[in-house]
Design a protein around this ligand. Structure first.
Ligand code: CTP
Length: 405
């Protein structure tokens, strides 16, 4: 569970998005966090403390005059035990209040009293689009960030008031991903990472083609982990049905040729390239413009193939890669003799780090095991979920990239 051991104070302020805070509370707990809910008087107009108590399994705090606390100082006690304070929803009024350091209710008092260096404040705003766009709100948010708060952004779309635009609170699952990402070490801060993922599709005719069983899960997990680690991430994906990780720029491609063009373009500005895509080695020499029909003779058409360009090898041998500006990581999906094949492939592709895995055992699965082969030898990352492995791999890549500089 991604939030095991984390204690989150979830603050609710007045806004219709309070209904989403109920689901957020559940989602945080499902990922292993303990959640202490603190509500303003306005929040209690939208959702009852009873609901939030039932979901968090803890009494809700809503007053700075709470005799349940021995010292009658809930603002001190609650903030000292938190790993983070998350205000979701955070109203325009509450943002203004935080900005001025006002402290006339428990939640604002607690935010002001929090140890600023050890208890981060995360803000999930929720308001009407005009309130969001107002210079006062934007000015306040800029200053709040300058004061050390983390702004989680807003969604766009239909609003409870009937208008459409920016200012909706992010969905509970999006906020959950952001909170999980917040706690990951920022080992790739400032890096620009390009990841290739999924299979490619090589057309035979307008309705048929050749592809493979790659699900893209490992590449998508690496893109997510790199983003969580603070990198700016572009994910070049073949035809897969995976959801795009939060904050990742996704570029969809189909054939190896499309993937090649996209990767060459994005690699130009990248500092790290991770090639997880199962690029087709060959494509039909001539894709037919029209659907190939049975001719009734009983004979199948004979296809001839040409080899696709080896994208990883080409990029790994480019001047930016050989000069050390671009750190390239290859993958090898093998069926046997992993170490020997991965070692040979690392040399052939010209990459500093080659990651081997057993292809048939991992395609489409949620877990995997990896073997990292570099100039110093091999290192195993034992069986785990693809996301956990992706996070470990990102840390290993960061270490090696730093050492290579
Ligand atoms: N790769 C690539 N472009 C290709 C083929 C592969 O960028 N045309 C990348 C993959 O993304 C992966 C690595 O190269 O990171 C290994 O791919 P693989 O298909 O296993 O290697 P091959 O060179 O095809 O070796 P073999 O067929 O012998 O396994």
């Amino acid at each position: 569970m991604d939030l095991s051991g984390k204690h989150i104070v979830l603050g609710l302020t007045g806004g219709i998005a309070c209904y989403k805070a109920a689901e957020l509370c559940r989602a945080l707990i499902k990922q292993g966090a303990t959640v202490q809910v603190v509500m303003t008087e306005a929040a209690a107009q939208f959702i009852t403390p009873v609901t939030m108590q039932a979901l968090s399994n803890r009494p809700v705090f809503d007053s700075q005059w709470d005799a349940r606390e021995r010292n009658n100082m809930p603002h001190i006690n609650l903030s000292r035990e938190a790993d983070a304070i998350l205000i979701a929803p955070c109203s325009a009024d509450f943002i203004a209040k935080l900005l001025h350091g006002r402290a006339d209710d428990l939640l604002s008092l607690m935010c002001l009293a929090r140890p600023i260096d050890s208890v981060p404040l995360l803000i999930a705003p929720a308001m009407n689009r005009e309130m969001w766009a107002h210079p006062a709100t934007q000015r306040n948010l800029a200053q709040l960030q300058a004061d050390g708060a983390t702004l989680l952004g807003v969604g766009s779309g239909f609003q409870a008031c009937g208008e459409t635009g920016d200012g909706r609170m992010l969905e509970p699952q999006e906020l959950l991903e952001d909170v999980i990402a917040f706690f990951q070490p920022k080992v790739l801060a400032g890096q620009r990472v390009v990841v290739s993922a999924g299979p490619t599709f090589e057309a035979i005719d307008p309705v048929r083609g050749i592809t493979n069983l790659s699900s893209g899960k490992m590449g998508f997990a690496i893109a997510r982990a790199a983003r969580e680690a603070g990198a700016d991430v572009t994910l070049v994906a073949g035809p897969v049905s995976q959801p795009t990780p939060r904050g990742v720029q996704r570029v969809d491609v189909r054939s190896a040729k499309n993937m090649h063009a996209a990767l060459v373009e994005y690699a130009q500005a990248a500092t790290i390239f991770v090639a997880t895509a199962a690029v087709a080695d060959w494509r039909p020499a001539q894709a037919s413009d029209q659907k190939i029909k049975k001719d009734g003779s009983g004979n199948a058409p004979v296809l001839s193939f040409v080899e696709n360009v080896d994208i990883l090898s080409e990029i790994a041998h480019s001047p930016r890669a050989t000069s050390g500006e671009l750190f390239c990581v290859g993958f090898a999906a093998e069926s046997h003799d992993l170490l020997a094949h991965a070692t040979a492939k690392r040399a052939r592709k010209g990459v500093p780090l080659l990651v081997g895995n057993i292809g048939p055992a991992t395609f489409g699965q949620d877990d995997n095991a990896l073997l990292l082969v570099d100039a110093h030898g091999a290192q195993e990352l034992p069986h785990n979920s693809k996301l956990a492995l992706a996070r470990q791999l990102v840390a290993e890549i960061a270490k090696r990239q730093r050492a290579a500089h």
